[in-house]
Design a protein around this ligand. Structure first.
Ligand code: ADP
Ligand code: MG
Length: 678
């Protein structure tokens, strides 16, 4: 039981909640069954047992009857065991999901037990059903036995064994039942209402305790790690702002810069997440932060996830800072040894103010003189460990600004990134037109290509993106190559130039091909998702995504963000096969309906669940038993605001009302060190 279900103590057993209850008072009759039924209980006599087929295709079919009719029960697994257990002529209580086949009711793998006349006495009406494992069931500890154990345990414990942990005031104001009752009712509710109340109480507790821990961590970090103080806005910042800024900042950009400045001026270490949709203008915000650091005598490091992006940032930022007296250097994996040596020495001597690079900047050999702020672009590509390394680059931990174009759904922002401060750029620069997104089937490809042709003739450029997914890398690779040939066949005239980039190319080749497209030497870029992040080519106004059904929502949105970056109208064409799963169709529909990354992020969470969202699995904070980040957003918000209020009033939980909460937390195991995550 320990290893299989991770249950070690009686407490664990009590926390192994049933995933549903069977209403033992309700027995249906066969003649009344319709497809509208879901899980049902029946009382039937077994009339006939038959094993059909051989070896792998073998199945066991039993004919079962009650007073009103007959139906079939089918097993595909554990046939031998069922064969031994079932006896013709005996009466059973069966439970399972009703199905219909050729208009006839049937059940696959129902739960069965021999019906005994007096059995219902002494058993709960709403019988809990627990998950178990194959192995445990085989050794006699199936769901039902777990239920018996839990029942025994419940009858032995008293209210003092499950003491209340929430403050009285919260219980009262939210009408929550006490903890002991909640535990009893979640396992053995007297009726549906009692169960609902138990779930509400325990869900709230789960969210509230998590929020208290997060807020405590955040408060503690603010107390302990004094940040570098950027007290003045100096000459460089002002000079740039008044003379070199190529455009007026949007209001959202101004607000965010103010938030960041405020953080860094007050002696606390900034840990800020900057969310802004693709194209919302995060780079300029980063540049202003860098100049603030320079003005106060500190160095900045900007880290990008790929070589191409680091290069592009380097060029953009150097361009922006032309005429401003700062030294900007680039350091990546392909920086030559001699250049590298010089850069490292200059960095250590404090002669370089801004270092831009890839992972290379966090290697141990890279030593700063006085690093003041680290800016991380497109954070989801960097692992937790890599980010943690940055802390060690200076005696006082540098400020950290994480910029992401993958908006994080609100509930995740409140949990996984709950100890970070969040800034949001929710406004695009003026004059942007939304990318027009359409869905076309493979069969319409030649029409799509004709459309590309007319746009290219007007001077535009196009991306054609192919999936490259790990598990089927070889096949995808072949598809990509085939696709490249096809594109060449569609555009045979010498005036069309096509480049291709994919992950298997040597870095140099990838770069050359990319660079040619950047410089408009080629009009069509055939690529895999290596172009997903950050590349900025305003003249590229078309994107065709092949096999779009294979991509996730956030990836599609990231890809689409490569177009629509200039003043010209842009298009994104999602090509799919005509056979689409419901989920895939839903994704495509969402993409054609909205350009809003935040909206897409919420839908993505709802479709996939939080476990699949980038970076969440490793955080360990999502192990909620009852609460759902998809459905319980409101309760989470409430829990958060109550947790903040409580800690504002009583930071150390010293008051008498909070004693039980304090005692409860004291007994909790150490949780993830969120404060070190970014
Ligand atoms: P992202 O947030 O995706 O990193 P960028 O910083 O690359 O976006 O900005 C996208 C484009 O918008 C760039 O070409 C940039 O010069 C331009 N831009 C950014 N801010 C503004 C603004 N306030 N007004 C006009 N153009 C802007
Ligand atoms: Mg960017």
């Amino acid at each position: 039981m320990k290893k299989e279900l991770n249950l070690f103590t009686f407490g664990d057993l009590l926390n192994h909640f049933p995933f549903r209850h069977i209403d033992r008072t309700k027995i249906e009759t066969i003649s009344q069954l319709t497809p509208a039924f879901d899980f049902i209980q029946l009382k039937v006599v077994v009339k006939d047992i038959e094993v059909i087929g051989a070896s792998r295709k073998k199945r066991l079919v039993a004919t079962a009857a009650d007073a009103t009719g007959e139906m079939q029960l089918t097993w595909f697994q554990r046939i031998n065991w069922v064969q031994k257990f079932l006896q013709v002529g005996r009466t059973y209580l069966i439970y399972g999901r009703l199905g219909f086949f050729n208009g006839q009711p049937q059940m696959i793998h129902p739960e069965m037990e021999v019906f005994e006349a007096q059995q219902s006495s002494g058993r709960p009406f709403l019988e809990p059903v627990y998950s178990s494992t194959e192995k445990l069931t085989a050794s006699g500890l199936g769901g039902r036995q777990l239920g018996k154990l839990t029942m025994t345990l419940m009858s032995l414990i008293q209210e003092k064994d499950i003491p209340e942990n929430l403050p009285e005031e919260i219980l009262q104001s939210l009408h929550l039942i006490n903890r002991f009752d909640a535990y009893r009712s979640i396992h053995f509710p007297s009726n549906q209402e009692a169960y609902t109340k138990a779930v509400k109480r325990l869900k709230f507790e789960e969210l509230f305790i998590a929020q208290i821990k997060l807020q405590q961590l955040k408060n503690r970090r603010h107390r302990i790690s004094k940040g570098v103080v950027f007290e003045k806005v100096g000459e460089l910042f002002n000079q740039f702002y008044t003379h070199h800024l190529p455009f007026a900042l949007t209001n959202a950009q101004k607000r965010v810069v103010k938030e960041i400045r405020n953080d860094m001026a007050h002696g606390k270490q900034m840990n800020r997440l900057l969310q802004g949709d693709v194209g919302s203008g995060k780079t300029i915000v980063a540049v202003l932060c860098m100049l603030l650091a320079c003005d106060n005598g500190f160095q900045t490091c900007l880290m990008a996830p790929t070589e191409i992006l680091a290069q592009q940032h380097f060029q953009t930022i150097q361009g922006l800072l032309k005429g401003v007296d700062v030294e900007v250097h680039l350091l990546t994996g392909s920086t030559r040894a001699a250049g590298r040596k010089k850069t490292l020495a200059a960095l250590q001597a404090g002669e370089i103010q801004i270092l831009i690079g890839t992972h290379a900047v966090i290697e141990d050999t890279v030593q700063f003189k006085n690093l003041g702020i680290v800016i991380i672009d497109e954070q989801h590509r960097f692992g937790v460990a890599q980010r943690a390394k940055l802390w060690k680059k200076a005696t006082i931990p540098p400020h950290i600004l994480v910029m992401t174009a993958t908006p994080i759904p609100r509930t995740l922002a409140m949990t996984i990134y709950g100890d970070l401060d969040v800034s949001i750029i929710d406004e695009l620069p003026p004059g942007r037109q939304p990318v027009q997104t359409v869905h076309r089937y493979d069969t319409q490809r030649s029409k799509v290509m004709n459309f590309l042709r007319t746009e290219i003739d007007k001077g535009r450029q196009a991306y054609i993106v192919f999936p490259l997914i790990e598990e089927s890398a070889k096949l995808d690779y072949e598809n990509l190559m085939q696709g490249y040939e096809d594109v060449k066949a569609y555009f045979p005239e010498p005036k069309f130039w096509i480049s291709m980039v994919h992950g298997k190319q040597p870095a140099k080749q990838k770069e050359t091909n990319m660079q040619r497209f950047v410089e408009n030497d080629t009009q069509i870029m055939v690529a895999t998702t290596v172009i997903e992040v950050g590349v900025d080519i305003p003249n590229a106004t078309m994107m065709v995504i092949e096999s779009a059904e294979k991509f996730g929502l956030s990836q599609l949105h990231q890809l689409r963000g490569r177009v629509g970056r200039g003043a010209e109208k842009s298009y994104c064409i999602l090509l799919t096969s005509s056979q689409l799963s419901n989920d895939a169709r839903e994704r495509i529909n969402i993409m054609t309906a909205t350009n809003n990354g935040f909206e897409i992020a919420e839908k993505d969470l709802a479709l996939r669940g939080p476990g699949e969202i980038d970076g969440t699995r490793q955080s360990g904070v999502l192990n909620f038993k009852l609460a759902s980040l998809v459905h319980d957003g409101k309760m989470l918000e409430l829990a958060k605001s109550l947790a903040i209020r409580l800690l504002d009033q009583d930071p150390e939980l010293n008051s008498a009302e909070n004693l039980r909460l304090f005692n409860f937390l004291k007994l909790q195991p150490e949780t993830v060190k969120w404060s070190k995550i970014s």
